[in-house]
Design a protein around this ligand. Sequence first.
Ligand code: PEP
Ligand code: MG
Length: 597
Amino acid sequence: MLILNKIHCVSSVSEKGFAMKGIIAAPGMALASAFIINEPEINVHKRAVSDVSEELGRLRRALSECSAQIEAIMEDMDGAVDPQTIEILDFQLLLLEDTGFVGDIGNIISGQSSNAEFAVSAASEVYRHKLESITDNDYLRERAADVADLSQRLIAVLSGVNMEVSEPDWPYIAIGRDIALSRIASLDKAKLKGIILEKGGVTSHCAILSRSLGIPCMVEASGILAYAKPGGTVLLDAVTGEVAVGPDDGRVRAYNEYLACETEEKANLEKFIARKSESLDGAEMKVYANITMSGEAESVVRQGGEGVGLFRSELLYMAQAGEPPSEEAQYAEYSKTAKALGGRPLIVRTLDIGGDKQIGYLDIGREDNPFLGYRAIRYCLDHPEIFEPQISAILRAGADGNVCIMFPMITCKKELIEAKQMVKRAGEGLRAKGVPFDHGARAGIMIETPAAALDAAILAKEADFFSIGTNDLSQYLFAADRSNAKLANLNSPFQPALLRIIKKISDAATDAGIEVDICGQAAEVDALVPIWLAMGITNLSVSIPRITAVRKRICGLNKTDCMRMLDMVLCLETADEVERSLKEFAERITTYDNNAV
Ligand code: PEP
Ligand code: MG
């Protein structure tokens, strides 16, 4: 999954324009004119109607007109967006046929003899409110906007207001308070260069869609609507997390440099999609991807990913309203992913909730320190009614492909033994029912806690593989909340203590003859790839857009040189020294690379 940088909002005025910070929802840069999208405000008034059945007829016609509009948007997208976006539009289509929602609108019309516009607005408000008041599930809370978006569309149709906006004929950056997904989906992607929202959220529709389209997006850019003028030049820098209205020459120069590098880099990287991921002296280190849903598996293969090293299954649970996804639904999702990977490995991580990922219906309860709390495997071992169906689903998917189980947040041998007993129990259950499953499915663990790292040699005797979760390992090692931007220096992947502990873990795995992967963010940090190769890491699991770049880095390395570098780095004492040395090393290789081409 993409790392979403949290940057505090600070604004500054330069000689030429105005700059503000925001939160990066999709990385990249764009320089284009501002296209301000203010969704039309339609004032809805309650009006008494004399003919209720005529009003119900108007509602029916509006419902089918809305369906037709949404279907047309989906057709225009022509499969060019991710399944999550389709899901959201599907959700709106379903809502238009939902007997509860449509029934509530109808009841208001007939019960209060009111006009359809008012009934739609009142019923939607209740739905929206319910979703917005969900405090412990960002995903569901942000779905409230789907209802609001749909209600706007319905009211516009009823009132005869044209919702279409006239799109500029030139490239633009769409700017709005919180632009509706259906609006973004309907824009011409050849002209849409970036998205800036004054509100939004990293799991909002726009953020989800922009990531899948590869369009840079920033959210919570407060002040943007006050300063950006329609047609005025805006620079969206979703690399450093800044937006500049009327950018100065320095910023424009930086953008042009970025663009030149990006275009060249893209063409350069494509060569590595099909190339074997091995160093110049023949040491292989495969590149897998981290995903959250089956729809991403095709992109993994297209980008040359050799497997999925981390399927974050909790997103399936977070997308559900009142109960966990059934075994059947999970099986369908894992099986679809495994099939799309065509025999490449798929590592499904079992439910990793708690910490910053809360799910209301699982009822973990309020905790003073959720990251140190009742999370992941701790919760699952106490809740076989949740854990067993998930394991059964993973085992069953193993009959359709190459699927492994991975347990998160393991701290000691006892937890691993209990988790493996659950695998055994789930297998016995499936066997008794005659359901096909993978009898030899591999079960590995994430190494994310200092305790697991210290006891890696003990755990390696029980686990089929390790996958190092550097995001959590670093936060627990340094006692530094990974989501606290003020502690970013402590959570630097260049911290020598982190590298030393990873070396210890990988040595334990190598001694025990099991694979050791890295699936945390540090796996895709360019300057660290030589270190991972030198340590003998088996697979790196990275975000999809980084697959080719990491493969390219591996192909340009010489393992013997990297091992010398590793020895040197392990003797350094500060993160700055490590980062400097590794960047110099990378620089030397890049120079060599470029000269060699
Ligand atoms: C990690 O902790 O490094 C990891 C990959 O898992 P997550 O980021 O989902 O906690
Ligand atoms: Mg983790």
